[in-house]
Design a protein around this ligand. Structure first.
Ligand code: FE
Length: 228
């Protein structure tokens, strides 16, 4: 299997290319519109055909590449069933296996950062979106964010995965690329809380500025990154 982590410097976003060398079928997770030419070049160089492009949630900090990729490759655009985007071809739900050729990813509904946040489990790799970051968690103060829901997604779903499950987040702002569930359980400062209420108070006290691109990115991303 091919598994590649790509980085968009402007938004500190990680995009993942997952593909089967034999069948040539590929999935892109959380593509960024400005990087689409690079993804297309890499797919071409590796002899891969893009079958599915998926976002873990509606992003507020960058414009998604979903629509541009569909225009270029005729791939299916997929998001979770709670998405408000009206441009997706197929919506996945909790417990479902998202498949492309021999690639199979388990869909886990992990709301909290937004109400449409999903994570994907590919073998021992967890693509945790903005729900679980490395030594952090996604903010919960806009787009129907809900710290209590995020506590449940973290403590009753993601942190129950085996400790050696690899954590591949949608962003990192500190240069980290991968972690494990066990490492995050132990060292992630947001996860050292004794109760749901303690987590809610922690998240509600963050007082963060809105992302610079939010007013552009959210409406655009509801249309898969094309002009709304
Ligand atoms: Fe996000």
């Amino acid at each position: 299997m091919i598994f590649r982590q790509m980085f968009d410097r402007d938004s500190s976003t990680y995009t993942y290319l997952i593909a089967q060398r034999e069948s040539g079928e590929a999935i892109l997770v959380d593509p960024v519109i400005t990087q689409v030419p690079q993804y297309l070049q890499l797919l071409n160089e590796l002899g891969l055909g893009l079958v599915i492009a998926i976002d873990t949630h509606i992003h507020a900090d960058h414009v998604t590449g979903l629509g541009a990729l569909r225009d270029e490759t005729l791939c299916a655009v997929v998001m979770g069933e709670h998405t408000k985007a009206d441009c997706v071809n197929y919506k996945v739900r909790e417990g479902e296996q998202l498949k492309a050729g021999d690639i199979s990813m388990e869909v886990i509904y992990t709301p909290g950062h937004t109400d449409d946040s999903y994570s994907f489990l590919l073998g021992n790799r967890g693509l945790t979106g903005d729900t679980l970051l490395i030594r952090g968690t996604g903010r919960t103060d806009f787009q129907n964010g809900d710290p209590a829901a995020q506590y449940n997604s973290l403590f009753n779903k993601l942190l129950k995965l085996p400790g050696d499950t690899l954590v591949y987040p949608a962003h990192d702002y500190n240069g980290m690329t991968v972690s494990t569930i066990g490492e995050e359980r132990q060292h992630n400062p947001r996860l050292q809380v004794g109760s749901e209420q303690e987590y809610v108070d922690l998240m509600n006290g963050l007082d963060l500025e809105d992302p610079k691109l939010m007013d552009i990115a959210v409406p655009s991303n509801l249309a898969c990154g094309l002009v709304p």
